[in-house]
Design a protein around this ligand. Structure first.
Ligand code: PEP
Length: 251
């Protein structure tokens, strides 16, 4: 896990029209030239901008070190699912990764662990790397239930042959400006590593664990210097090329 490149994933959420996407991607490319080879950037625009974003990366010759991903996919391959997007459709427009089970989808769309597991299967079946988000609420944390919530999310949403990425995103940290202390984060990463080992039932676990929730350039170095961390998932700060790239440079 530690020798893998650090992943810096930007989740644009529901932001990005054509002109803004063009500008943001061009700025990212320009600033990414000096990034070390062991840092990989993944940009996840809304579905309508994935192809455009990927095209800009390829046209500027950085399509290997910076790749694009989706923010969700449907569990089925095709069919009568109005408004939905399949994993294969994401791959077809150039996505390499897909964020699944983000807390905003769990909350606003009622997504359950069981559904997320089906989406993981769908993503893996077409070669997409699933980035599964888990995290406890402030209430669960205050009640001392964070560990059991995380265990049940891992158990429910990952397949036993899971080949992807886990993103620990405490819900209380998303968009709040509050982050766990380094010590707290290290303890949680240790816990998650153990949970993954028992869930995945294989010795050579290669599931990078990312942290997400109010990551800014100011604390990126402290977070990314934790030995067991695989990278970060960045929301708000990924909409600003300078801030996003400062985070990447801290890796
Ligand atoms: C997110 O929503 O995945 C996220 C990490 O958001 P933010 O960085 O804005 O807290």
């Amino acid at each position: 896990m530690n020798e893998s490149p650090k992943l810096i994933i930007g989740n644009w959420k529901m932001n990005g029209l054509r002109a803004g996407t063009h500008q943001l991607m061009c700025e990212i490319v320009q600033r990414a030239r000096g990034l070390p080879a062991d840092v990989r950037l993944v940009v996840c625009p809304p579905f309508t901008q994935i192809e455009r974003a990927g095209r800009i990366l390829r046209a500027r010759g950085v399509g290997q070190s910076i790749v694009v991903g989706g923010q969700d996919c449907h569990m089925s391959a095709c069919g009568a699912h109005t408004g939905d997007i399949s994993a294969e459709m994401l791959a077809d427009v150039g996505a390499r990764y897909v964020v699944l089970g983000h807390s905003e989808r769990r909350q606003a769309h009622g997504e359950t662990d069981a559904l997320i597991r089906l989406k993981v299967r769908a993503a893996m079946s077409v070669g997409l790397v699933p980035v599964v988000c888990i995290g406890e609420t402030m209430h669960e944390r205050q009640e001392g239930r964070a560990a059991s919530v995380l265990a049940s999310q891992i158990d429910g949403s990952l397949t036993s042959d899971f080949d992807g990425i886990l993103a620990y995103e405490p819900i209380w940290a998303i968009g709040s400006g509050v982050t766990p202390s380094r010590d707290e984060l290290e303890r949680t990463l240790y816990l998650l590593g153990g949970l993954l080992r028992s869930r995945l039932k294989k010795d050579d676990i290669r599931v990078p664990i990312l942290y997400g929730g109010s990551v800014t350039p100011d604390q990126a170095h402290a977070i990314l210097s934790i030995r067991s961390i695989g990278g970060v998932l960045v929301g708000n700060a990924s909409l600003d090329a300078q801030r996003f790239m400062q985070i990447a440079e801290a890796a």
